[in-house]
Design a protein around this ligand. Structure first.
Ligand SMILES: [Zn+2]
Ligand SMILES: [Zn+2]
Length: 229
């Protein structure tokens, strides 16, 4: 199945310009089977999700949450009942402690790890050692600095990603991190199996995967050229 594990909507992310219905209709149109809405410091309730996804049979919609941790990184959490973790700038170890009693049913990945800093220091190591996965590519990762090789788009930070993966068994994810409509479906992960029942099951499933990256070069060209400076 094709899944995007990192998206934002206008419902709870002030930085986004996509309303939730538009996200869902574009996701379906652009070949996604599932999306995870990962608003900043807020998780949609089950009822909200159910009423949104009713209009889009064929698309599974999940909710996670993006948390900015004290170390200066953004960690996306996928699981159920996350709103108690919505506090900003907690140390990564507090985030891990808060889900320790259900760690099998929570998936943590670091989003765009080298977007704001290319330093490889202890704070980054602490985050990388605590998470299950790493976002290897997204529209925001490539914004302002990307390369095209054999028709594939990637950031020019390959060496940093290689270093992050060294000695760590991290699940490598490919997401849109969509904040605007062009980005929906531009990058996604292809994983084995069918869309599971809920976020807890999705979290367990993601831990067993090593996704393939799927790109839509036409959409990527549109969204990346807008951010050239
Ligand atoms: Zn945002
Ligand atoms: Zn995000």
């Amino acid at each position: 199945m094709h899944i995007d594990c990192h998206t934002h909507t206008t419902r709870y992310s002030a930085c986004s310009t996509i309303d939730p219905d538009h996200l869902c209709s574009l996701a379906l149109k652009r070949g996604l089977d599932a999306v995870v809405i990962t608003e900043h410091h807020h998780q949609w309730t089950e009822d909200e999700l159910a009423s949104l996804s009713r209009g889009y049979p064929g698309l599974r919609v999940y909710a996670g949450m993006e948390v900015s941790v004290r170390e200066g990184y953004d960690v996306v959490v996928i699981g159920t009942q996350l709103n108690a973790l919505g506090q900003r700038h907690m140390p990564i170890e507090n985030l891990v402690d808060a889900v320790a009693d259900r760690r099998d049913e929570v998936f943590l990945f670091v989003a765009h790890p080298f977007r704001f800093s290319k330093r490889f220091d202890r704070r980054l190591t602490r985050v990388l050692d605590a998470v299950d996965g790493i976002e290897m590519n997204s529209v925001n990762i490539m914004r302002g600095h990307y390369v095209i090789r054999d028709g594939r788009y990637s950031s020019d930070d390959d060496a940093l990603y290689e270093r992050a993966l060294q000695g760590r068994d991290l699940v490598r994810l490919y997401n849109s991190d969509a904040h605007s409509q062009d980005a929906v479906g531009a990058i996604m992960s292809r994983i084995e199996g069918h869309a599971p029942e809920n976020e807890a099951a999705l979290a367990s499933m993601l831990k067993t995967q090593q996704p393939d990256e799927v790109q839509n070069s036409q959409l990527l060209e549109t969204c990346l050229s807008r951010f050239l400076f």
